[in-house]
Design a protein around this ligand. Structure first.
Ligand code: IMP
Ligand code: MG
Length: 175
């Protein structure tokens, strides 16, 4: 039977933290004097969120959304909210924090739902952008890295719930 192991590291922990510090600075400048709510899309964005909020230097509020994720690549399926927000986001400046945008279906769906709740503003911060397979075009205000068309794991991202704990982003290899 084939098993999966991690392969080449494509973004080191050092590079992740440096880039996230830059994103945190931009967010702090852009939202100064506002009332931002950062929303983490579970589970993939949990690690990015944890590092990002600790380099934001203005007061923020955080909340979490949990959605059904597709089991493997190519099984995009319907997106479903499993755990909704606790906070009412009407008249708030909302920043969605996501792990990766691939086709754009997941964020496209979430943005539509959250927009209907009348936030004052609604923006997106994403750690990884893989533009090769984009179907739904989305405005991304804060982007960590663009990556090539290859499946990646680590730093929150999983393959069938494995590898989320790795402190870097790497490829998979079949052994
Ligand atoms: P989209 O809806 O096609 O944009 O896919 C976004 C979601 O698919 C992300 O929130 C991830 O949970 C998952 N995903 C897409 N690409 C990868 C990957 O390379 N590794 C792990 N999860 C991924
Ligand atoms: Mg995800």
């Amino acid at each position: 039977m084939k098993e999966l192991e991690t392969g080449e590291v494509i973004i080191t922990q050092d590079d992740l933290l440096k880039r996230i510090a830059e994103l945190g600075n931009s967010i702090s400048e852009d939202y100064r004097g506002k009332d931002p709510v950062l929303i983490c899309v579970l589970k993939g964005a949990a690690v990015f969120m944890a590092d990002l909020i600790r380099v934001v230097s203005i007061p923020i509020v955080i909340d979490f959304l949990s959605i059904s994720s597709y089991a493997g690549r190519g099984e995009s399926g319907a997106v479903r909210i499993i755990k909704d927000l606790d906070i009412n986001i009407a008249n708030k400046d909302v920043l969605m924090v996501e792990d990766i945008i691939d086709t754009g279906f997941t964020l496209g769906y979430l943005l539509r739902i959250l927009k209907a709740r009348n936030p004052s503003s609604l923006k997106v911060a994403v750690l990884l952008d893989r533009p090769a397979l984009r179907i739904v075009d989305l405005p991304v205000a804060y982007k960590g890295f663009e990556i090539p068309d290859e499946f990646v794991v680590g730093y929150g991202l999983d393959y069938k719930e494995n590898f989320r704990h790795l402190p870097y982003i790497c490829k998979l290899k079949t052994v």
